[in-house]
Design a protein around this ligand. Structure first.
Ligand SMILES: [Fe+2]
Ligand SMILES: [Fe+2]
Length: 191
């Protein structure tokens, strides 16, 4: 395991992190959920560390200015709204630091958009980011979804994706192809 990932598993972020105190607290809560779910689904210690690291690292560049992040993300994602650049930018930076864990890189890159190729770790991160208890939003419903994790990951991720996409539609926003393909993949698997 890359030393940066090992460190992140315990909550120590790289010195290039750009995230304020409240953001770090959110990352910590996401990492706690991820670690708990990995453990509860019987994963090895190394996998638990990777899942926790993904939680700690997912917003590692969230505090950086979008204009500073945009040139560094892959060209097909360069037109993303500013607030969504931090995922792909963090994945790119981790890769440049020598992290080769594709599943982790993919999970970090697509934690807000979703992506049809996301595996168990990426889907759980997508859900954990939304379900962490520090967010003040439909709290009883979200607590119920947390209770169903990790046994019913498929069902929970589908509900989270439906809520996030519905919110996007209701606010008149465009949907990204990655997000639509993610949704279609989830539906296809459930039928
Ligand atoms: Fe994020
Ligand atoms: Fe987040």
């Amino acid at each position: 395991m890359h030393p940066l990932v090992q460190e992140a598993a315990t909550g120590r972020l790289p010195d290039w992190a750009v995230a304020g105190k409240r953001r770090r607290a959110h990352m910590h809560r996401v990492a706690e959920l991820m670690g708990g779910w990995a453990r509860a689904s019987g994963r090895t210690d190394e996998e638990v560390d990777r899942w926790q690291a993904a939680g700690h690292l997912h917003d590692v560049l969230r505090g950086e200015r979008p204009e500073a992040l945009r040139p560094g993300v892959p060209s097909h994602l360069r037109d993303l709204p500013g607030s969504l650049l931090h995922g792909p930018a963090a994945a790119r930076r981790l890769e440049a630091e020598g992290v080769e864990d594709e599943e982790l890189l993919q999970a970090v890159a697509y934690h807000t958009l979703g992506h049809p190729d996301l595996g168990r770790m990426g889907r759980s991160l997508y859900a954990a980011d939304f379900l962490e208890p520090g967010r003040d939003l439909r709290n009883a419903w979200r607590a119920g979804l947390r209770d169903r994790m990790p046994e019913d990951t498929e069902g929970v991720v589908r509900e989270v994706a439906a809520a996030r996409l519905t919110h996007r539609l209701e606010s008149g926003g465009a949907l990204r192809t990655e997000s639509v393909d993610f949704w279609n993949e989830l539906v296809e698997e459930s039928t």
